[in-house]
Design a protein around this ligand. Structure first.
Ligand SMILES: *[C@@H]1O[C@H](CO)[C@@H](O)[C@H](O)[C@H]1NC(C)=O
Length: 312
């Protein structure tokens, strides 16, 4: 009896805490296009020194394809992999292979803190790259990452929504792309397709936007996929919005650092390396009707911190 009585307050406290954390059943984004989402996800890479370590670049395509995870943070049993799937396939290109490797996705230490690094490196005959994508299709999303891109020219670092299709005209995709050969205040915002198999260019799909925050500085990159529109932000300020070719149907969310060795990214010099480094990722996903919300929260309102929504 005594011990039960003694534990009751603790149980009650734990329940109250849980109720607070679980009390959001919808999330409203700020900005010019308010939209309600059902679900919230947050991945914090800032305090993961137990997983930190930079694996050396592997110098064959097979070694890259077959490489193990850099740490158990990313393996298939991990919490990370409940939502995100690390990729290890190559594009099979005859002229210049780009191979995704688990070896290029790792936790890196910096002072007392850590971040996730996505690495892409140029070997004499191929490019080795990093990619992960959501395991599930999401029905619209507001995606934010606190990140920077550094390193050699010739890479593309990106976050994007992606709905695969057999022909390019049917692909649905909205991108943030940073080209390391571009000026550091140029960023590429695209609703794909931007071209078709026969070489036709789709005018208005790709936008080369001049921004005030250089991409080699830590900043919050945000892509809002709302019904009928995509809107981009850096550090909370809207940088671009478009309705043209906005994705419609449930899509994956992908992150990558890669190079096509040619037209889009340019060729990275042999021995070159570039990195997309991310301190945290926060996303809201799956749109809902306002009418179905009883406990509304925000990740943008005053008092909200990354990973800690507030009730509004
Ligand atoms: C984007 O614009 C800048 C100049 O503002 C230019 O230097 C750069 O080459 C352009 N990038 C692409 C991919 O067109």
């Amino acid at each position: 009896m005594c011990s039960i009585k003694a534990t009751l307050p603790l149980v009650a406290m734990a329940a109250a805490k849980f109720a607070m954390a679980a009390s959001c059943d919808c999330y409203l984004i700020d900005g010019a296009y308010p939209t309600y989402y059902k679900s919230h996800g947050f991945w914090d890479f800032r305090s993961l020194s137990q997983y930190a370590g930079v694996p050396p670049v592997l110098d064959s395509i097979d070694a890259n394809k077959n490489a193990d995870f850099s740490s158990s943070y990313f393996n298939w049993e991990s919490e990370f992999a409940q939502f995100w799937g690390p990729q290890n396939w190559d594009n099979g290109a005859e002229d210049f292979v780009n191979v995704n490797s688990y070896n290029n996705l790792y936790i890196e230490k910096s002072g007392d803190s850590t971040f996730m690094t996505m690495r892409t490196a140029r070997l004499p005959k191929f490019q080795t790259s990093a990619e992960f994508e959501s395991m599930d299709l999401l029905d619209h999303a507001s995606i934010r990452m606190y990140s920077r891109t550094i390193g050699s020219p010739g890479a593309c670092t990106a976050v994007f929504t992606y709905r695969e299709a057999n022909s390019l005209k049917d692909v649905q995709e909205s991108d943030i792309e940073i080209l390391t050969s571009d000026p550091k205040t140029s960023i590429q915002y695209t609703n794909q397709p931007s071209y078709l198999e026969d070489g036709t260019i789709i005018d208005g799909a790709s936008n080369n936007i001049s921004v005030s925050v250089p991409w080699n500085e830590w900043s919050t990159q945000r892509l809002d996929w709302t019904p009928g529109r995509t809107t981009w932000y850096i550090n909370g300020d809207q940088t671009y919005t478009m309705t043209f070719q906005a994705p419609k149907d449930p899509s994956k969310v992908n992150f990558n650092a890669w190079s096509d060795g040619g037209d889009w990214t340019g060729k990275m010099p042999e021995g070159g390396v570039a990195y997309q480094q991310i301190q945290w990722i926060e996303i809201l996903y799956n749109v809902v009707d306002k009418a179905s919300c009883s406990s509304l929260c925000s990740i943008d309102a005053d008092g909200a911190k990354p990973g800690s929504p507030v009730k509004i």
